[in-house]
Every structure is written in C-alpha cells, then in structure tokens.
Write a protein that binds this ligand. Structure first.
Ligand code: WTA
Length: 641
C-alpha cells in the first residue's frame, strides 16, 4: 500500500471487471422492473408477482406484489433436490471446542419437526414468536420453522437483559417464547431461562415457553407454560407443508435502537428481503459453491439474520457458526477455527479486528490462514490501521476487504465493494460503491446535495427490495424517522462524504445513536434506564471515542440522594443496567454530578456535556433559548470538575 489512505496496487485485488459493475448498476436504476424481475429468480416462487414495485402508498413501498413463496422452502427444501442433501449447511463450533455438522437434510428434518411442534401448540400464521437464544443450531432452526408456518419471529439477542426482553415481547405481542437453559460466554454460563422468567413477569401475552437444553444449568420449569424442546421435537421424519406466504407478509421483526428511549421494531418482508440478502451476498462476496463462509456475528443482530441464516442458506452455502467469545480461551480463537475448518471467507467487525490486533501478530501467525480468499467487515467505519492489519496480517495481502455499509433497516448491504461484479481498487476506510438498485445522495441541512469532498447526511433516493416495511405497530414513527428529515428520501442517520473518484466514505452517526463495539445503542435508551433505577433524577449519556470499541459509553448522572456514597451508587447503577438492558449497555464510565446543562425547554444538552467531558469547546452556547441556562451549563461544568 502506498499510504494508509492510498489505493491498493491494482494487480493484487483489482478486477478489471469493474465495467461489469457499472453496466449492471446502470441497468438497475434505468430499468428496475426488468432488473428485479430477473434478479428475483434467485428464489423459487410458488407464483410470480403481478407488480415488481407498488409505490402508490409512499413511503410504504411494496415489492413483488402478489408473489407467493416460502423462505424455509427456499433455504432448505429446494437444496435437497439440487444435490445439496448431504452438504453441510452449518459447521457449528462451541466455545468448549465441541463440534456439530448439520447437513441440509439435517436442517430440513429439524425445521419440519419443530414446525410440527409449533402447530401442535396452536401457533398459527401471523402469530408472533420471540426467540431468545444463544448461537446454537436451534436458532436458525427456530427462525426457519417459524417462517415455514408463517409465524413472525422476533429474535432478541442473548446479551439483552430482562427489561429489554420484556419490552420486545410486549411490543411484538408474542404468544410463544423459545429460549435455552443457558449459553456459553467466556467459559461461563449465561442463564437465559432465568432471565426469561424475570422478563415474563413483566409480560402477559406469552402462552408457552419452549426451552432448549444446551448449557445444562438448572432451570425452573413453570407447569402448563414451559416445555422442553427435546420432549416436543421428535427425531422422526415429519413433513409440514410450507405456507404459501405473500411476498409482503412479514418475515420477522428486529428491534433496533433509535433516537428515543423505545427501540423500534423493524419489520422485514418475506419476498423483497430474501431477494435482497441473497443477491447482495452474491454481489459483494461472490462465494463459490464449495466455499466455507463465516459470518462471525451473532444471530441476534441483523448481520446474523441476513448473513448467517437467510442469505447463505438461500444460496446453499456452508457456514461456520461459533458460539462464544473470540478471545476465549485465547485470542487466537478465530484463527484457530479458520485453520481447522479451512474457512475461505471471513466476515467480521472492525471492533473484533481491533480487539485481536491488540494481542499482536503472534496469534494469527500460529495458524495457517492460507485458505482465506476474501475478508469482510461491518458495523462501523473501519479505521485504516485496522484495515491494514486485516489485509496484511490476516489476508496475507491477497484478500480483498469487503467493507459493507448497511443497517438493520436496510436488510442487507447498501454500499460495498462487489467482488461478484468486479472489484474497484480498494481504499482503506471507504465502503466504495452502492449495490445495484441503491441510489445514494449526500445532502446538507437544507436538503441540497453537497459538493464532492464535503460531508453531509447520506440518504437513499429510491426504495430497494430489502428495506423495512414499517416500524412494528407504529407506521407514523416509520415515516417520521426515515422519511421526514428529507421528504421522499430514506434518511440513514449517518454522515458521509463522496470523494473525487466517486467513492463513499461513511463517517459515523449524525444522531443520538452510539456505535459501541459495532453495537448500535441509543443514548436516550440508557438515560431512561438509569433514571428508571430510581437512583438518579437525570442522566446524560454519550459516546466517548475509544480505540478498540469505537465508542465507549459515558454517563453523567445526577443522583436522587445527593449524599449517597458515589462508589456504591455507581456500582448499583451498573448492576441494574446490566440486569435490565444487558451487559452491552453498561456504561464504561459513570460520573456523578450535581446538575446537567439544559435548554429552557428542559432538554438535556448532551452535546455540551460531551464537549466538556472531552475537553472540547462546547460550541455555540448563545443559541440557547434562555440565557440563564448558560449559567446552568457553567455551573454544571464546574460540577464535572
Ligand atoms: C454503522 C449493522 C460505516 C452505521 C449492519 C449504521 C457502518 C449502523 C458500517 C447500523 C460500515 C454499519 N461503515 N458505518 N461498513 N456498517 N455501520 O443497524 O452507523 O446494527 O447506521 O446494522 O452501523 O447498525 P445496525
């Protein structure tokens, strides 16, 4: 590489087929009808749509209108007829080194058996099911069993606490919860069933709980409500006819953080989403039939939904699935798995790379990583130093880095180098170019396009098949969040810049959302939870730059009891946040202050708190509505000291 920001020497990863990309991209925008009609053949449909895109109720776009399909059929059944019956769908690796290989046939059997059990429990098409599971084979099985019978699942990441789980159960009105006794993390058991029991006390819609025996920790089974998975899912061969779902029936709801305290349930479609995830995986990574694909994310996040479960299965690939920490028992866990299972494509996050980079080259150098041919990242902008380490040390300067920019709401990749269509010369830190059908623009506050090289808000000017259909139970919030800042355009909430070569560089969130270790966390969500402990009257939370996590969570808290012991207070708040929202939400730093800077209308000025805490100039304070709040800010600043 010439410099950290320079382009790569072309002979290494440049594929002069970039003109293929340009041609396909152009067609996707010029003639979307024909383009998507052809692309939708990536799936098997029971019956074809009568309209590719219905935009009569903007921004509630509907794709492949009238088309009928079933995602579990597409992910599994059809592969049995295509010589993939005995192909591994998943090579599962447990944290303790346990290994399980599940073929497409094995997956098919498990899905049908669970689908049958769900029907026996009275679960019907359209019912909502919450999944609260560790990274075990039963996770994709449950997602696909739900899809098979037309139930809508909502997966809740196993790192969430009881409050967060309850909130999602309540919002989705789930009638069934599928969980496990426990999961493994850093050699310890996370007692999921216990957390689920606490959550269920705050909910009333769940009729039954299916419990998978995995960690073998003791659990309390509630009579008439809780059922062991192995007792209702037999080993025999059952067959459940897949429901013929409408392309616009919801497939799942996935909650994500936003700019208010309450997470939003992004509702994804059956048809458009499936076309999108399978197409984008193929375009960006172009996996071969025999490749071993490893998306090292958690299934509980969109990355796992789209690229551990739906896209790779629809394409009939073999995926690695790993339950556990990437540094357990040692920081060479990823490299060990790559060597042992001869992984060809690794897709992970900048924060994981930075974490592993800290331990030095000796860990990857212990392993033969020569099977790798493509590397990918997601979750936040990748800093050039991490890019370089990934490229040189892990990829041995042979593997292109596919930096994928996207969101829970977009369903799949939006901007990324596309190996399947011809790679551009890569620039470390740039996600490069939009995927077919994606029409980005960068706007200023007035909604005008910025000039090349200028920073602005990234938007998408037209709909794409993988986009969310709405926010669960809240159409208004959908419109307000995504289509009101710049009417008619999908607003991402990120800053970006386009350089003179047309490359997109994503620059982080432009709203009240933090990116902590690739996790998207709402500042207000955490503030609310801190206040909800009853120990604080108010709190201001912001992301503080962190070399490994990207951002660390910093909280300034005004205690209810001014005389409380600070250490005890801080540790109690941390404990309660962990139990309520989950460990990823626990602030890295909590500082107790007497008061917080506010506007006259009572809004806490997070921007000012952040600036002061980071020793920056707090910006323009004269715009405050009330001049006395300047004094408040000043005294608050004093209180920080
Ligand atoms: C950020 C994860 C820069 C961005 C798939 C986005 C990125 C948020 C990248 C979505 C990337 C994700 N470059 N920023 N390659 N990928 N982001 O919903 O701020 O968990 O809005 O989806 O992550 O996070 P989410």
């Amino acid at each position: 590489m010439e410099s950290e920001k320079g382009t790569l020497p072309m002979n290494e990863v440049y594929n002069p087929g970039m003109n293929v990309y340009s041609e396909i991209y152009r067609k996707s925008l010029e003639d979307p009808e024909n383009f998507w009609a052809k692309q939708a053949e990536i799936l098997t449909w029971y019956s074809k749509w009568n309209k590719i895109l219905d935009d009569s109720k903007k921004p509630f776009y509907r794709w492949f209108v009238g088309g009928k399909l079933n995602v579990s059929y597409n992910a599994v059944d059809r592969h049995l007829e295509q010589h993939r019956r005995n192909k591994a769908a998943y090579i599962w690796v447990g944290e303790n080194g346990e290994e399980k290989i599940v073929t497409y046939d094995g997956l098919y059997r498990r899905i049908n058996n669970l689908a049958k059990a769900l029907l026996n429990l009275g679960i019907k098409k359209g019912d909502r099911i919450v999944l609260y599971l560790p990274m075990i084979i039963e996770a994709p099985v449950a997602m696909l069993a739900a899809a098979r019978i037309g139930a809508v699942f909502s997966f809740v990441f196993a790192g969430f606490g009881a409050g967060a789980l309850a909130e999602r159960i309540n919002d989705s009105k789930a009638v069934l919860l599928i969980t496990a006794d426990g999961g493994f993390r850093n050699g310890k058991v996370v007692e999921l069933k216990k957390i689920a029991d606490e959550a269920l006390e705050m909910t009333s819609t769940v009729r039954n709980v299916i419990v998978i025996k995995h960690a073998r920790n003791d659990v309390n089974m509630v009579e008439d409500r809780d059922i062991w998975y192995h007792e209702i899912v037999g080993d025999s061969h059952t067959y459940v006819e897949p429901e013929h779902m409408d392309a616009n029936d919801p497939l799942f709801i996935l909650y994500t953080s936003g700019t208010t305290g309450k997470p939003k349930g992004a509702v994804h479609s059956t048809g458009g989403y499936s076309v999108w995830v399978a197409s984008t995986l193929k375009w960006a990574f172009n996996p071969d039939e025999d490749d071993r694909w490893w998306c090292a994310a958690d299934i509980g996040w969109i990355t796992g939904h789209s690229y551990i479960v739906f896209a790779p299965l629809i394409l009939g690939l073999t995926s690695i699935m790993y339950e556990g920490s990437i540094t357990y028992p040692e920081p060479d866990r990823l490299w060990e798995i790559i060597e042992k299972y001869r992984v060809n494509i690794l897709y992970t996050s900048p924060t994981a790379i930075r974490t592993l980079m800290k331990f030095g080259e000796k860990y990857p150098q212990r392993h033969d990583l020569s099977t790798l041919k493509v590397l990918g990242t997601v979750g936040e902008p990748i800093n050039p130093a991490a890019w370089k380490w990934y490229y040189e040390i892990i990829g041995n300067s042979r593997c292109p880095i596919i930096d994928t920019y996207w969101q829970t709401e977009t369903g799949g990749f939006m901007i990324a180098p596309q190996r399947g269509l011809g790679l551009p010369p890569l620039k470390p830190g740039s996600a490069t170019f939009p995927l077919p059908g994606v029409d980005p623009a960068i706007l200023d506050d007035a909604g005008k396009e910025v000039r090349t090289g200028e920073k602005g808000y990234i938007v998408f000017r037209r709909p794409w098949p993988g986009m969310l259909m709405t926010v669960n139970n809240d159409d208004e919030r959908y419109v307000k969040t995504y289509f009101s800042k710049f009417p008619g355009y999908y607003y991402c909430g990120d800053y970006a810049v386009k350089d003179e070569d047309g490359y997109y560089w994503l620059l982080g969130r432009s709203d009240e959302v933090m990116n902590v270790s690739g996790h998207r966390l709402g500042t207000i969500e955490i503030e609310d939870a801190i206040v909800a402990t009853g120990l604080a009257v108010e709190a201001a939370v912001f992301g503080k730059p962190d070399p490994v996590k990207g951002e660390a969570i910093s909280a300034f808290v005004v205690p209810k009891d001014a005389n409380a012991d600070r250490h005890e207070l801080i540790s109690e708040i941390r404990k309660r946040i962990r139990a309520d929202l989950g460990p990823i939400y626990v602030p890295d730093e909590i500082r107790i202050v007497k008061l917080l800077p506010k506007t006259r209308s009572g809004k806490i000025m997070r921007r000012v708190v952040k600036a002061v805490a980071l020793n920056q100039i707090p910006g323009d304070l004269t715009t405050l509505e009330d001049s006395t709040s300047v004094d408040e800010i000043k005294s608050a600043i004093e209180a920080f000291k």
